[in-house]
Design a protein around this ligand. Structure first.
Ligand code: AMP
Length: 570
């Protein structure tokens, strides 16, 4: 398939705002692709080259792209920069300048989807001396063969931002529609996606044979999308919802998925990144576990023997950074509290009810530093409350109530798991929001060069960020200095392409950092874009900074859908 055809479809999709129309256009494109092309198109839409756990970074950086546009178009660099300033979107700049090219290339050959993808892959792999020039050269080559419209999407792909308003749910719907004309296969395609976290792999397998998707099996070393918890505010609500259920301590550590086959062990974060190197002590403990093949999930955190208390996630990470991995592993060994199992000796456990999964975990744990999460069966609110109080006395975050009959709900937020945290209740609730901009300090904050943050949540349907608060309080002086230093490096002249906004900060930044923000309640306001209807979006009232969440990726931030739910509470 020619890349031109893909670019044309992207252009049409970009002009639509309704999910249905976008889905249909994308479905029509998938109808025409081979399995290999479907794989590439899916990654391209995500602005990625490979699934997140492979850690292949595409993002080329604005400077490289500016330089390549300058070289390919023959316009002076300063002009490209000036146009960028005006347009705020390098894709549009490339399209415009290349359509009035000053220097025509002698030979052009049409680009195919696969060749564009492959060139980008080579660009991402280039390393060492001369690699920067090589990257620019390859991008220039692509531009030389591209039509102006193709140049728009090549540019955005290079920057890792397609800006189509198409999120994963739309890709999954479109695959189903492309094959049967409706969304009836969506659920099984989504299940497969949640079990391997690799959209390209799923698209390809589906195009090869839809049956492969219907009996999709999980595999060791392909991480599963983590199940997510709903929230309720009281023990009574939990029992009313679940009846007899399991209650576990909620550990405030680092969520990890442990994969083991024979002597190989890999550890993945909640963001599905491979983190094995960060946990030598856990790897060692896992190596000696009895199962030959297993995938289980738990929370890792350090324990202080002297004080008889757990360290929080932040304290744990701080110590690991300060003392280095080896020393920290000895001084502050990590404990893993296993709370779920996905796979054991060839058997996919994700469809088993919680009670049976727990039994499987108990069949080989605890061992050394790999503990089981503390769990009790409860039937009345008083039992829930007393466990909640016990968890707080241990300086833990709260509890997790679990539906005894529910399967593992990979990638989904369901009432199969319900969290009750100490910060809940009437006085305070929190969201995990993404920093998209910041303000210059005024008055006493002038010296820090930092006065607050503009933060956003993630809309899964559109794959876009939507602002929800301007946060000016809750920062310590240290934090203000830290934010200033950190954000200064990432500041941009323009709003991120995948952000919907009304309010403008003094400086924009690439959506990258996740922060936990407390608030009093959620209102509607014309200045924010989260879940906007009739010109008003959801906004946090009295937002205050709680902490930086290093363990979260921007796409793990609180979602617009969750905010809608939380709005009902507030
Ligand atoms: P939250 O981050 O507040 O949405 O709460 C969900 C997180 O709690 C999960 O992603 C886990 O990292 C963590 N967690 C801690 N203890 C447990 C547990 N016993 N069961 C499930 N998740 C847990």
């Amino acid at each position: 398939m020619l890349f031109g055809e893909v670019a044309k479809a992207f252009d049409q999709i970009e002009q639509k705002s309704g999910r249905l129309e976008m889905t249909d256009l994308l479905a029509r494109l998938f109808e025409k692709t081979t399995p290999e092309e479907a794989e590439r198109v899916s990654y391209i839409i995500q602005g990625e080259l490979r699934p997140p756990y492979e850690g292949v970074d595409l993002g080329m950086g604005e400077k490289f792209v500016l330089e390549a546009i300058h070289q390919a178009s023959g316009y002076p660099y300063s002009q490209v920069e000036k146009d960028f300033e005006k347009e705020g979107d390098l894709g549009i700049v490339a399209e415009k300048l290349l359509s009035n090219k000053r220097q025509q290339s002698l030979f052009t050959s049409p680009l195919s989807v696969v060749s564009v993808y492959n060139s980008m892959f080579k660009i991402s792999r280039a390393a060492g001396a001369g690699s920067q020039d090589m990257k620019i050269k390859r991008l220039v080559e692509l531009y030389n063969n591209a039509s102006p419209l193709e140049a728009r999407y090549i540019t955005r792909f290079a920057l890792g931002q397609l800006r189509l308003g198409v999120g994963d749910p739309t890709i999954l719907d479109a695959l189903s529609v492309s094959h049967v004309g409706d969304k009836s296969l969506r659920e099984s395609i989504e299940r497969a996606y949640n079990l391997c976290s690799d959209i390209g792999y799923v698209a390809r397998a589906f195009k090869e044979d839809p049956k492969k998707i219907a009996d999709f099996k999980i595999e060791v070393f392909k991480p599963i999308m983590p199940a997510l918890a709903e929230r309720l505010r009281t023990s009574e609500e939990i029992i009313a919802k679940l009846g007899k259920c399991a209650v576990e301590y909620k550990y405030d550590g680092f969520r990890i998925a442990v994969h083991k086959r024979d002597n190989r062990v890999e550890i993945y974060s909640r963001r599905l990144e491979k983190m094995t190197h960060m946990f030598p002590d856990v790897v060692k403990a896992v190596e000696s576990l009895p199962p030959k093949e297993v995938i289980f999930e738990g929370e890792a955190l350090a324990y202080n023997e002297e004080e008889k208390r757990f360290y929080s996630f932040q304290e744990t990470m701080h110590r690991r950074r300060k003392y280095g991995l080896e020393e920290a592993s000895e001084k502050y060994p990590l404990y893993v509290f296993a709370f779920d199992i996905h796979y054991l000796e060839g058997e996919d456990c994700t469809q088993l009810p919680y009670a049976e999964r727990r039994k499987k975990l108990e069949s080989f744990l605890p061992q050394e530093n790999i503990e089981l999460s503390k769990m009790r069966l409860v039937s009345i609110p008083e039992e829930v409350s007393s466990l909640f109080q016990a968890a707080l006395r241990m300086r833990l975050e709260g509890i997790m109530a679990k539906d005894l009959n529910a399967p593992y709900t990979a990638g989904k937020r369901k009432f199969a798991w319900i969290k009750l945290k100490k910060s809940y209740g009437k006085e305070m609730d929190t969201v995990d929001a993404v920093v998209v901009g910041y303000y210059r300090g005024k008055g006493s904050r002038t010296k820090f060069g930092f006065g607050g943050l503009l933060v956003a949540v993630y809309n899964e349907d559109t794959a876009r960020f939507e602002t929800i608060a301007k946060v000016g309080s809750g920062f310590t002086e240290e934090e203000m200095e830290k934010f200033q230093k950190m954000l200064e490096k990432d500041k941009m002249k323009h709003a991120p392409l995948n952000l919907d906004y009304v309010m403008e900060p003094d400086f924009w930044v690439q959506p990258k950092y996740v922060v936990e923000i407390a608030y009093d309640n959620i209102t509607r306001s014309p200045t924010h874009t989260c879940g906007r209807e009739e010109g008003k979006g959801f906004a946090l009232r009295f937002p205050r900074m709680v902490r930086i969440r290093d363990d979260r990726a921007p796409f793990d931030a609180t979602t617009t859908k969750e905010v809608e739910e939380m709005h009902k509470f507030s």
